[in-house]
Design a protein around this ligand. Structure first.
Ligand code: ZN
Length: 143
């Protein structure tokens, strides 16, 4: 029997296996993008916006920074349990120019990364339990 595949975090990304997108919000007043979603008040100090549109963010960007994550990340980030060290990449999204953190795909470590290289968003297994395989977004270097 195959286990169902479910998102580790509900509503954070689309489940399109080929071209997944992170789901963020955009302030209706000033256009600032947010990920994770912001929906109560705009953090832009010059904006009084309280209305947001849900948007699919760019699924490509450039490596801004990266590191080995050797400790368990804080909530709401979900990680494998027991914790396995992984590579974390800070990516500047193509269109929004905002920085979004994510794990590197399996098999990619810091020695293969450099600032400015192109990456795209993919969905990969985070961990699995008795019931299902939990998916999360990861960054994959593009050739
Ligand atoms: Zn705003």
């Amino acid at each position: 029997m195959t286990k169902p595949t479910v998102p580790a975090l509900e509503g954070w990304f689309t489940l399109d296996a080929e071209k997944p997108h992170l789901i963020g919000t955009q302030c209706k007043s000033c256009g600032t993008y947010y990920f994770p979603k912001q929906s109560v008040f705009c953090k832009n100090p010059d904006c009084n916006g309280e209305a947001f549109d849900e948007v699919q963010l760019s699924r490509t960007g450039k490596v801004w920074s990266f590191t080995n994550a050797c400790y368990q990340p804080p909530e709401p980030y979900v990680s494998a349990d027991p914790f396995v060290p992984y590579t974390i990449i800070a990516v500047e999204l193509e269109k929004e120019k905002m920085i979004v953190l994510g794990q590197a795909v399996e098999g990619v470590d810091v020695s293969q990364l450099k600032a400015g290289m192109g990456v795209e968003l993919v969905l990969e297994k985070l961990f699995e339990d008795e019931q299902s395989v939990k998916l999360t977004w990861k960054w994959k270097p593009v050739a």
